[in-house]
Design a protein around this ligand. Structure first.
Ligand code: AMP
Length: 431
């Protein structure tokens, strides 16, 4: 299958060839013809599947086909909403790259940066606007943005937008759009909330599902290394050094942990920077650029900051801490093994996280291989401590400070829980 056979114009095919793409990905094969036909779409696809080109290419084609006459003022005809600034910036980069041979204009607007340059761009006029919901509404409030001519609405990573509490903003934005328009919704999961949202604005949508989100790429090797809580950083430094890893994305649960870990790694002589929501937009963009260019060996990120990061051919993802929400594990490891490249996802798991691991394995419908690294065997006398403030309903300061989890007795084949871990009433609190 080629891009030409999907019905894309010569200008767009040229642009994708220049990107080095030789053939469409499965989501592109399915989505492009449907979008060109004018259908509303509900697509389940994660980052890494090529979904951005899947909606951007046909969008550009349709906008170009019905181009405004020369001399006419440009108005926003396509609105792409994304949950994070990074994703917004990356989507717009794709719009620019794929549309480089077309006379269409685009802009990206998100919070955390000055609003005036954005106002200037909007004043000059754009065809395609990529935006995060909050800043978009700021512009609407300041009357610097007119959405009354929008023909295409795309919600990218809709599940994450709901997770981040954008539902009301999305509803407010929809009211501002013309009723007659084409709508595309992309989401890694089809939860009830997503279905409800979709039912509210999609018209007879065509459904596309690409690789169940419970089944990440087979190219990603997933390994668990059991290790004690206080020895994780030492183990990570050792792995990076001894295996000579050059580009590693490391996940922590919290901003604080991301900062602390990047500082500790720096002390170990490993260049690292942290990327999370408390960092200014400039600092986040710089950290990502330094990482992509190879100036920084390790990027430590929280789930929200990392969402949608487009880093090609990332060979190593490390879960320094398992996420509270098992779906986030799948998103995390989706950063590696992309577009045909092999990748490795390593999880450093301490006794506190055994229930998290179990939840992940349940979601993945398989056990993950556990490999104890010599010299880092777990100390069975260390008792599990609860992980505060997670979305697992354990409130900080409430309940017991310890749980009854253990790695079981056979340390060389450490398994979470194991038959020796008796169910207890405390355990119920983690469900
Ligand atoms: P996305 O899922 O949109 O975040 O895209 C994931 C990565 O795949 C990006 O780095 C794209 O540049 C790349 N990509 C998109 N389409 C193709 C294709 N047809 N062939 C090879 N790589 C692609």
């Amino acid at each position: 299958m080629s891009f030409e056979t999907l019905g894309l114009s010569a200008e767009l095919c040229r642009a994708v060839t220049e990107q080095g793409y030789t053939e469409p990905t499965p989501i592109q094969e399915k989505a492009i013809p449907l979008i060109l036909e004018g259908a509303d779409l509900m697509a389940r696809a994660q980052t890494g599947t090529g979904k951005t080109a899947g909606f951007t290419l046909p969008l550009l084609q349709k906008l170009n086909a019905a181009r405004q006459k020369a001399g006419q003022r440009r108005v926003v005809r396509a609105l792409i909403l994304t949950p994070t600034r990074e994703l917004a910036a990356q989507v717009q980069e794709s719009v620019v790259a794929y549309g480089k041979h077309l006379p269409l204009k685009s802009a990206v607007i998100f919070g955390g940066v000055k609003i005036n340059p954005q106002i200037m761009k909007l004043r000059i006029g754009v065809d395609i606007l990529v935006a995060t919901p909050g800043r978009l509404l700021d512009h609407v409030g300041q009357k610097t943005l007119n959405l009354s001519k929008v023909e295409f609405l795309i919600l990218d990573e809709a599940d994450r937008m709901l997770d981040m509490g954008f539902i009301n903003d999305i509803k407010k934005i929809m009211v501002l759009l013309p009723k007659s328009r084409q709508n595309l919704l992309f989401s890694a999961t089809f939860s009830n909330e997503i279905k409800q949202l979709a039912a509210g604005f999609l018209k007879a949508p065509k459904l596309i599902e690409i690789a169940s989100h419970n089944a990440p790429s087979e190219l990603v090797a997933q390994i668990v290394h059991p290790v004690d809580r206080e020895r994780k950083r030492e183990l990570l430094s050792w792995m990076i050094g001894s295996k000579n890893w050059k580009q590693v994305l490391v996940f922590t649960r919290t901003k604080h942990a991301a900062n602390r870990l990047s500082q500790q790694l720096a002390k170990d002589g490993i260049t690292a920077s942290a990327i999370h929501g408390n960092k200014s937009q400039g600092a986040r963009t710089r950290a990502l650029a330094d990482f992509k260019r190879g100036f920084v060996r390790v990027l430590v990120a929280t789930d929200i900051a990392a969402r949608g990061l487009d880093i090609d051919q990332l060979p190593h993802v490390v879960n320094f801490e398992l996420p509270n929400v098992p779906e986030d594990y799948v998103h995390r490891i989706g950063r590696t093994g992309r577009a045909g490249n092999e990748g490795e996802a390593v999880s450093l798991v301490c006794v506190d996280e055994l229930q998290h691991l179990k939840n992940i394995e349940r979601l993945m419908k398989r056990d993950l291989p556990k490999i104890v690294i010599s010299g880092y065997e777990v100390d069975p006398s260390i008792r599990a401590e609860i992980i505060p403030n997670g979305r697992n309903n354990v409130k900080k300061g409430s309940g017991p400070k310890r749980s009854n989890y253990s790695w079981g007795n056979d340390r060389s084949q450490a398994r979470p829980g194991g038959s020796s871990a008796r169910p207890s009433s405390r355990r119920q609190q983690y469900r």
